[in-house]
Structure formats: structure tokens, C-alpha cells
Design a binder for this molecule. Structure first.
Ligand code: URA
Length: 431
């Protein structure tokens, strides 16, 4: 019987499961332009409402992965590993972790993205380094990873092209927040790196995509079971994103904070999440036998300065000049309006204010101002006096004036003591 896209859409609309063949044929035809956007949108909406089983999600991931190439690596005992974060405010873990993994006898070909919603993008941060190139082709990705051990770049057009098309469509058809669609989108790009092991940093809270712990948990399980099913050792950590990670939020200032951390002066929360993700990955890749040993090894690369040297080598290999100035906008001080305890931070509101300053994009074609940012000077649970410094804000003066009230409102101070929040709440392995 000939293949009918409308029949497949109707099956999903009515809550029936699709076969792997139906999914593969649909995605292949869509990638080649033989199924129009309106039929793909209809299927995406049916998936949004009816969801997908683990089998269907794995078939969708595989079909999207097979729409492009998979990177190929020499079989020389060096594990190919990566970390993916679902995105947060001030999340600069990738910048630290890639050189740490490269120091640990692994290959880390990290294919990263730009800002999504209020969250910053790794590529935008790195582009605040003058000359840094994030558009490497597949040969350059292989060459830099081979030479240095790590690379951080954008997805080439040859990696999961089906996702590129489908993601753009989901963005304008209100079908982004669907666990099977998010899973297939993330995993098709990550698995195209030709990985042995993957760790996922699934964030929950005010500054993340998943506001509730329960939805972050469901997403993490879907990502882990899909990765495992496709032969890649996959684990996930659920980490708190109810306040920015580290102190700095913004592009140039996050690179500054990364360099400080690589030189031994990193904030405790950033170092904790980085080491735990790295240790999880080295253990599941079999490079280290226990998480404890892996943490010690990674800490050693930080303490010895080796990780910083790797970062410098990676930046140089990608054309960046770390000695060239990275301008930072004028500094303003945001102070507490009352005495009490910092109870909550609206991290998403902080991300939105930075977009307002030009530090992120409202539409994909917007240019990014790398000089704007914010430094958190208080964390949830801290006692603050009226007039105490809550944040230093790097912004052009008029923009700061316009947003001062929104920033003030992003910090909730209560008369009652507020406990600090746990940072890493769960490790997820195959369900
Ligand atoms: N990130 C992705 O790459 N895809 C999604 O669908 C959501 C987040």
C-alpha cells in the first residue's frame, strides 16, 4: 500500500501508535521537501496532544538522526563524550567542562546552540571573544577535536537537518513544549556527534524551560531511555535553576567568570555542577571507575591549570584571541529595598531584562550585545540589610533606568528566614 501522510496524521490524532516505518518514511519525506510544512505541523500538533511511547520517540529520534551524518572517530580507546543542558540563566558549565573532558583522555565534540527563550546560548558567550568562530564545518570539528580534545561549535547543516526544519516549524506552531518532540530534537543532534556516553543537565525552576521538578523528571527519563536505547550510555542530573548558576549572567562576563573558575576562583555552585556532571560522564564512559575518583581527577585538572591551558588552546584553534579586550557595559548597583532574607529570584525575569539590553535575541536575526550582563551578589537564603548590594548590572544607562523596577521585583525578600535550595536533586539512570 502506498504511504499516505494524512493517514499517519489521522492515526496519531486518534491516539494510535505509529510504526517505526511510518515515522521514518514521514521524516525522510519531510526532510527531502516531499511532505509540506502544513502536514508536518499537523503531525507535530497531534504528537503534542497524544504524546508518544518510548518506541515511537526512539524511532523519531533515529529518523531525525539519519536525516544527516554521524561523526566518525578513530577507534583508539579515547571515549567520545558530551554533556547537554536543557538551558538556564548563567549556565556556563559547557565552557568549563569541555576542556576538563579534553584533559581526561576523552574527545568532546560539543555541538551547542544559541539562546532560547530567556536562557543564554553557549555560542553567543564564546562569540564575545574576538575572532572566535562557531561555524566550523565537519572537517574542522574533527580536526580541532583530534588536536585539542574538545571543540564547541554550532550545528553544521549536515547534522540532523530534519531537526533544523522541524524546530523552526515547532517554534511558530506552539509545539515546542512536547516531551517526545524535545527528546527527538535534542537527542538527534547529540547522537550525531558519534558518542559513547552522554550526560544531561535537566534544569527545573524559574530560570528554566521546565518550571516544575515533575516535568523536568519526565523529560530526563525520556532523554535517558532514548539515549540508552540507541546504544549510548546516558544519564541525567536534575539541577536547580531557581536562581542563576554562578554569579555572572551575560556573554562577556560569563567568559570572564569561566576564566576565573579555570584559574581556581570559581563560585561553589558552578564548580559543583560542573564536577558532578563531568564525574557522572567519566564514570559512565568507563574512563574512571567511581564518581569519587572522577571528581578528584577533574579537580586535579582545575588545580594544576591544565584545564585552563586546554581552554586557551581550544579558543586559539577556533580563531579566538583571549588577550583582546572584551568590553563590559557601565556598572549600576541594584540594592535591597528592605531588610530580610532573599526568598526567591525570578531568574527568567533576569534573563528577559538582559534580552531587553540586547544581550540575547527577540528574533533570530537580532545582533547580540556581548557587553551587557549582571553579577548576582546575593543567593537565595542570604540575610540582606536594606541598602545591601543585590546585583551589579552592566547596562547602558537609559536601558538600566527602564528596567530597574523589573529587576527589583525579580528579588523577593521576606521577613522570614528562607532555606538555601539544594543544587543537584537527583541522578537519573535507565528507568
Ligand atoms: N532544545 C532543543 O534542541 N530542542 C528542543 O526541542 C528544545 C530544546
Amino acid at each position: 500500500m502506498s504511504f499516505s501522510p494524512a493517514v499517519v496524521i489521522a492515526k496519531k490524532r486518534d491516539g494510535e501508535s505509529l510504526t517505526a516505518d511510518e515515522i521514518h518514511t514521514f521524516i525522510q519525506a519531510y526532510t527531502l521537501g516531499n511532505i509540506p510544512d502544513y502536514q508536518m505541523s499537523a503531525l507535530a500538533m497531534a504528537i503534542y496532544w497524544r504524546s508518544m511511547s518510548t518506541d515511537e520517540t526512539a524511532a523519531l529520534t533515529e529518523a531525525m538522526l539519519e536525516s544527516g551524518i554521524v561523526l566518525d572517530w578513530p577507534d583508539d580507546g579515547r571515549a567520545v563524550v558530551d554533556k547537554h543542558s536543557t538551558g538556564g540563566i548563567g549556565d556556563k558549565v559547557s565552557l568549563l567542562l569541555a576542556p576538563l573532558l579534553a584533559c581526561s583522555h576523552c574527545r568532546n565534540p560539543m555541538i551547542s546552540g544559541r539562546g532560547l527563550g530567556a536562557t543564554g546560548g553557549t555560542l553567543d558567550k564564546l562569540e564575545s571573544i574576538p575572532g572566535f568562530r562557531t561555524n566550523l564545518d565537519v572537517d574542522e570539528i574533527t580536526q580541532v577535536t583530534g588536536q585539542i580534545g574538545c571543540v564547541i561549535t554550532g550545528a553544521s547543516a549536515r547534522i540532523a537537518p530534519a531537526d533544523k526544519k522541524l524546530y523552526a516549524l515547532r517554534d511558530v506552531t506552539a509545539t515546542v513544549p512536547s516531551i517526545p518532540l524535545i527528546t527527538a530534537s535534542i537527542m538527534s543532534k547529540k547522537l550525531a556527534e558519534g558518542l559513547d556516553a552522554l550526560v544531561l543537565d535537566v534544569k527545573f525552576g524559574s530560570g528554566s524551560f521546565m518550571k516544575e521538578l515533575s516535568s523536568a523528571h519526565a523529560l530526563a527519563q525520556s532523554l535517558v531511555s532514548t539515549g540508552e536505547r540507541m546504544g549510548v550510555r546516558t544519564t541525567a542530573l536534575l539541577t536547580d535553576m531557581n536562581q542563576p548558576l554562578g554569579r555572572m549572567v551575560g556573554n562577556a562576563v560569563e567568559v570572564d567568570e569561566t576564566i576565573a573558575a579555570l584559574q581556581g576562583n570559581g563560585p561553589a555552585d558552578l564548580i559543583e555542577v560542573t564536577l558532578e556532571l563531568g564525574a557522572e560522564l567519566l564514570t559512565s564512559a568507563g574512563t574512571e571507575s567511581t564518581v569519587q575518583q572522577a571528581r578528584q581527577r577533574l579537580q586535579g585538572h582545575l588545580d594544576s591549570g591544565r584545564a585552563f591551558e586546554k581552554f586557551q588552546a581550544m579558543v586559539a584553534a577556533q580563531g579566538g584571541d583571549l588577550n583582546a579586550p572584551r568590553p563590559v557595559a557601565e556598572c549600576h548597583e541594584l540594592r535591597a529595598s528592605q531588610t530580610g532574607w532573599l526568598q526567591a529570584v525570578d531568574a527568567e525575569a533576569i534573563g528577559q531584562v538582559l534580552i531587553e539590553y540586547g544581550g540575547g535575541r527577540k528574533v533570530m536575526s537580532d545582533a547580540v550585545d556581548h557587553s551587557v550582563g549582571l553579577e548576582m551578589r546575593a543567593r537565595i537564603g542570604d540575610q540582606v540589610e536594606q541598602g545591601a548590594l543585590l546585583a551589579r548590572v552592566f547596562a547602558h544607562p537609559n536601558a538600566y533606568q527602564r528596567t530597574q523596577d523589573s529587576l527589583q521585583a525579580a528579588f523577593s525578600i521576606s521577613a522570614e528566614p528562607a532555606p538555601p535550595l539544594p543544587l543537584i536533586v537527583e541522578h537519573i539512570t535507565t528507568p
